[in-house]
Design a protein around this ligand. Structure first.
Ligand code: ATP
Length: 247
């Protein structure tokens, strides 16, 4: 049975970049042990939302409540220490460090747990265990993405934020990553994903949100969202009445 324990609540969140008001009184709530996805048109504010939650964007207006405590004024370091970890989009590894050294960097906040975290990472991404001494810069794109997520896991998160995790992945690597995300969830880690690969990101989601005009416009299970006429029209260009796909 799925637990409905809320792990994160975002209340009336406002984020500005100078004069640009990106998130406008945004509200959402995430329960533990879910895979939660945020989708939206380009520039709708998905990355902004994740970065605000992770403490990377400051100041923000509104409240971000994690494990029943407000965190919107805390530093990134403190947010990570409490178990909320953000993995940026792209394949940002330290190219001249080995795979193991990259993973060790991720464990800077949970050094005493390094051995346990490594075991967990190798269970989820066995391929990394075979490449520990290899320079990270020589990995393939899919392997680098695995390493960035694995490095996030080394910080001992219970809420892991992944920005555009499928970006630039070949279909085979994207399928592998979907399996890995489901496996991560089984370790009592809640996943909060955002991205442009709407079908993939909704298929893997147990709960999903559509961001529009700085607010949550729709919420539902991933499957419900995939079939929703408004989402299909705004993100896929599929108009329900005629079934015509607009290129
Ligand atoms: P995408 O799907 O293209 O990655 P997104 O939904 O993640 O987009 P954001 O990257 O959060 O959207 O950007 C939201 C809006 O804020 C966009 O209009 C973007 O141009 C603007 N924006 C983002 N970062 C900055 C910044 N550092 N300075 C000014 N404007 C920014």
């Amino acid at each position: 049975m799925e637990t409905q324990r809320p792990i994160l609540k975002v209340c009336n969140l406002n984020v500005h970049y100078g004069d640009i008001h990106v998130l406008k009184q945004l509200n959402l709530s995430i329960c533990a042990n879910q895979i939660v996805s945020v989708v939206g048109a380009n520039g709708s504010g998905k990355t902004t939302l994740l970065k605000a939650v992770a403490g990377i964007l400051r100041p923000v207006q509104g409240a971000i409540i994690y494990h029943h405590k407000q965190i919107q004024t805390l530093s990134v370091h403190e947010v990570v220490r409490r178990g909320l970890v953000y993995v940026s989009e792209g394949m940002n590894v330290f190219p001249f460090m080995s795979v193991l050294e990259n993973l060790e960097v991720g464990a800077y906040i949970a050094r005493e747990k390094k051995k346990d975290r490594l075991s967990l990472v190798f269970e989820i991404f066995p391929l990394l265990a075979d490449k520990l001494r290899q320079m990270a810069g020589t990995l393939s794109g899919g392997q680098k993405r695995m390493l960035t997520i694995a490095r996030g896991l080394m910080s001992d998160p219970d809420l892991l934020l992944l920005d555009d995790p499928f970006l630039g992945l070949a279909p085979k690597d994207a399928n592998r990553l979907c399996d890995a995300l489901k496996q991560i969830r089984r370790y009592d880690i809640t996943l909060f994903l955002a991205g442009q690969h709407v079908r993939r990101i909704l298929r893997v989601a147990t709960k999903a949100f559509l961001v529009e005009e700085g607010k949550i416009a729709l919420a539902g299970t991933g499957e419900q969202m995939l079939g929703h006429p408004h989402l299909r029209e705004t993100l896929f260009g599929i108009v329900a009445e005629s079934g015509v796909e607009i290129p």
